[in-house]
Design a protein around this ligand. Structure first.
Ligand SMILES: Cc1cc2nc3c(=O)[nH]c(=O)nc-3n(C[C@H](O)[C@H](O)[C@H](O)COP(=O)(O)OP(=O)(O)OC[C@H]3O[C@@H](n4cnc5c(N)ncnc54)[C@H](O)[C@@H]3O)c2cc1C
Ligand code: SF4
Length: 507
């Protein structure tokens, strides 16, 4: 009997499990562009365009490789505009009695597949270096799931940057050599742009006509097939990896990319695999082209953080999406959707997100994430924003980063303390404060940096939870040592900021 082989928009790898299990001679690959996915949250137009363009090219490659592909375009009149609808339509068309799928990276989509009135076999997504089962074994019985211990196991398991059973260079982690403040450099290499070809242009026109979401569609700079993604990898390793570690946490006005990889969309869509990008970085170090701190820092992001958050997502299940340990309930402030703000760091991070669908890790964690956490925004709203606005956002990777790492909504499963900071951190790592209407050195008064006010307000209102935390006790001692009048002025200032956010006024 004919089977339908479902390939989703982030499963564009020739060796994805459902394709490996299928019979090219008999089975029919189903790929569908549907409004239900494009508008499940208000995805950034560049993200929609990237996924649709990459799907069309992947389908064409499968067809040239001899597969029969039933491809539904978004504007096909017959398109039912849901994945389930398209599977049922194709089942009737081809007389298919079963669906083969690779596990989706979003619980909602998995549930929809399981609800189909057809037998569905969901195979594990084995494009990761740590299977869900292996992660569960590692996590078993641990009170805290520390990424660093997981990462060391992954180094041993993969053999990456290992000399026998010892870490290459004599250390597991070279972060103390990394993370320098940002410095302007006119000679810093810029990543190349991939000019849209005819396939991409057609998709851009379609997206322009159908989606009115936050975010600019053009210029569209992304690669949309494996060849382009490989070129992006080669360029990153040659040009930016050498400074990756140094510039990992830096933020500079007008410098969106610094030495970051810009590879997450390609990895997450399946155009690149995690092992090949790590091997490329390791080879560059072994050939003496990049420092070990840079290669190690990059490899840690992939076999450490990336695999780790995926393990957390799988282990915690759909209930994780509802976590709200700090009981935060404020609506997401309008500044996240581009409303005016006097905060230069937020203007830069949100403006860049709107223009490029990209912001790097520290902008996401220590600017937009930090501000939402300090302001007490409902983590579900924060989650939806991140899932919407970034080119690389898929639930399995976005949710643990946002709900766990950034918003502490899981109560500390991912991190032993919340990632909160006053303006001092942003001032150290960026050049934003110099041009801001607020003064980062001011602790109270009209010109005080809102991060300074909200930081102490956060600590004060969550005292019962964090006072005994060994990594936070010192900050409580500093707060308690301030005189009462100063503390009252700080808290009043923070309340004014929060009231202005609630009233939709520019902060
Ligand atoms: C609040 C928040 C939300 C995030 N949401 C996403 C998301 O939706 N999708 C996503 O892919 N990443 C997410 N990240 C992680 C990280 O910000 C992005 O992977 C990174 O910015 C992508 O850009 P890059 O390729 O230039 O990465 P680089 O900084 O150059 O890092 C190299 C690679 O390491 C991987 N990586 C680094 N950090 C992480 C991490 N914490 N989790 C998973 N992979 C990581 C990515 O594959 C990335 O391509 C989030 C981080 C935070 C703090
Ligand atoms: S002063 Fe505060 S609000 Fe302004 S850029 Fe610096 S950290 Fe951001």
């Amino acid at each position: 009997m004919v089977r339908l082989v479902l390939v989703l928009g982030d499963q564009l790898s020739g060796d994805v499990a459902a394709l490996r299990a299928a019979d090219k001679a008999k089975d029919v690959v189903v790929m569908a562009e549907v409004m239900a996915e494009g508008a499940s949250v208000p995805h950034h137009p560049q993200k929609i365009a990237l996924i649709l363009s990459a799907m069309r090219k992947f389908a064409a490659a499968l067809q040239s490789g001899g597969w029969q592909v039933a491809y539904s375009r978004l504007d096909d009149p017959e398109n039912s505009q849901t994945i389930q609808g398209e599977l049922l339509r194709r089942a009737a068309e081809f007389g298919a009695g079963e669906v083969l799928a690779t596990k989706p990276g979003e619980w909602r989509v998995l549930r929809d597949l399981q609800d189909l009135p057809l037998p569905v076999t969901v195979l594990p997504d084995d494009r990761f270096l740590c299977s869900e089962a292996d992660f569960a074994i590692w996590a078993e019985g641990r009170k805290q799931l520390r990424m660093e211990w997981f990462y060391r196991e992954m180094r041993r398991k993969t053999g990456l940057l290992m000399d026998g059973d010892q870490p290459a260079g004599g250390q597991w982690n070279f972060d103390h050599d990394n993370r320098k403040p940002g410095k302007a450099d006119l000679l810093r290499p810029c990543p190349r742009d991939f000019a849209p070809d005819a396939v991409v242009e057609e998709v851009l026109t379609l997206v322009e006509a159908r989606f009115r979401h936050f975010g600019r569609l053009r210029p569209f700079r992304w690669a949309t097939d494996r060849t382009g993604a490989l070129a992006a990898l080669t360029e990153f390793v040659a040009d930016r990896l050498p400074r990756f570690g140094d510039e990992q946490d830096a933020m500079l006005e007008g410098e969106a990319y610094l030495s970051h990889a810009l590879l997450s969309p390609y990895l997450n869509l399946g155009l690149l695999g995690p092992m090949e990008v790590c091997l490329a970085a390791e080879a560059a170090w072994r050939a003496g082209r990049v420092p070990i701190a840079a290669a190690e820092g990059f490899i840690r992001q992939i076999i450490g953080w990336r695999e780790y958050v995926r393990g957390i997502w799988a282990l915690q299940g759909p209930e994780y999406l509802k976590k709200n340990a700090l009981k935060h309930s404020r609506a997401l402030p309008a500044v996240y959707w581009g409303a005016a703000t006097r905060m230069a760091c937020m203007t830069a991070a949100v403006g860049q997100t709107r223009a490029l669908a990209y912001a790097h890790h520290i902008q996401r964690l220590m600017v937009t994430g930090n501000f939402a956490l300090l302001a007490g925004v409902d983590p579900a709203e924060v989650h939806e924003w991140y899932l919407s606005v970034y080119i690389d956002a898929f639930e399995w990777v976005e949710a643990p980063n946002v709900l766990g790492m950034s918003q502490f909504a899981d109560g500390g499963l991912l991190g032993s303390k919340p990632y909160v900071s006053s303006g001092a951190y942003i001032n150290r790592m960026s050049d934003h404060c110099a041009g801001c209407s607020y003064k980062v050195k001011d602790k109270v008064g009209e010109s005080a940096c809102p991060f300074n006010l909200l930081y102490w307000h956060f600590l004060d209102r969550h005292r019962s939870r964090f006072k005994a935390n060994p990594r936070m006790g010192q900050m409580y001692r500093v707060w308690d040592a301030m005189d009462t009048g100063h503390r009252t002025a700080v808290l009043d200032g923070a309340e004014r900021v929060l009231a202005a956010l609630d009233a939709g006024e520019a902060v």
